[in-house]
Design a protein around this ligand. Structure first.
Ligand code: DGL
Length: 272
């Protein structure tokens, strides 16, 4: 059995990369729903339906567990899938998200107890970050800013262009105008580390930028350590397969440039 990593597009590659560095022995399948990206502007029902279809595809391909390496899907679909669908579909398998481990890391990072969040519209509107943070750290305030143009820039490989600077600066300025005490910035969308250089350029120097790859990788390692019944079902040949709902060729070109290594991909059809 394999470990599935799912995202609406290329963003989950930033998580997969760190997971494979941390846990290279396992077999992985990455699925990017590039044909239907971005998820960030879609309704709750649509994100849930798309995410469930992709989880089912990964289960068909023998995934013992699926990591939703997408904040939008974690915010809008994870709980329903865990509570309603998993008991019916595959009670012995697991679906895990990226938001909870990210929030857990905040306690030791912020001194001013004021944290900034940049994320998709869907993640911001769901209120998941402030709500979950309040449960774990009632003294930490989360100031949110939706960045609806960032994922389309990355999916279209325009994030390194000069034009991208305008939108990076625009949303970061808007965030820091809301509250000057922010000392920690969560990149609450797995696509955003792909343009970390530009984000860093427009973020005040005293602010710590939190990316999710290492956090999620550590959290998965810890989960597998604590759950031998899951761990023992995962095969260990160190392989990784890439699936996309868009053209395989397009995915190969983009993913090869994001990962700085050549990869092969396979197209899969999903009937909406
Ligand atoms: N990588 C997804 C996330 O973490 C992007 C969602 C989208 O497709 O807009 O939220």
């Amino acid at each position: 059995m394999k470990i599935g990593i799912f995202d609406s597009g290329y963003g989950g590659l930033t998580i997969l990369n760190k997971i494979r560095q941390r846990l290279p022995q396992y077999d992985y399948i990455y699925l990017g729903d590039n044909a239907r990206t971005p998820y960030g502007t879609r309704s709750f029902d649509v994100v849930y339906a798309y995410t469930l279809q992709c989880v089912e595809k990964l289960f068909e391909r023998d995934c013992q567990m699926v990591i939703l390496a997408c904040n939008t899907a974690s915010a809008k679909a994870l709980r329903t899938i865990q509570q309603n669908d998993l008991p019916r579909l595959a009670p012995e398998r697991r679906v895990l998200g990226v938001i909870r481990p990210t929030i857990e890391s905040l306690g030791r990072l912020t001194h001013t107890r004021t944290v900034g969040l940049v994320a998709t519209e869907g993640t911001v509107r769901s209120g998941s970050y402030p709500l979950e943070t309040a449960k774990l750290y009632p003294d930490i305030r989360v100031v949110s800013q939706a960045c609806p143009m960032w994922v389309p820039l990355i999916e279209n490989n325009e994030h390194n262009s000069d034009g991208a600077d305008y939108f990076v600066k625009k949303y970061l300025d808007a965030l820091f105008r809301q509250n000057a005490d922010i000392d920690t910035l969560i990149l609450g969308c797995t696509h955003y580390p792909l343009m970390l250089n530009k984000i860093r350029r427009y973020t005040p120097q005293n602010v710590t930028i939190v990316t999710q790859g290492d956090i999620v990788a550590d959290s998965l390692a810890d989960y597998l350590q604590r759950h031998p019944e899951q761990r023992n079902r995962c095969s260990t040949n160190g392989s990784c397969k890439y699936l996309t709902t868009e053209s395989a060729e397009k995915f190969c070109t983009a993913a090869t440039s994001f990962l700085h290594q050549h990869i092969e991909a396979e197209h899969i059809a999903i009937n909406a």
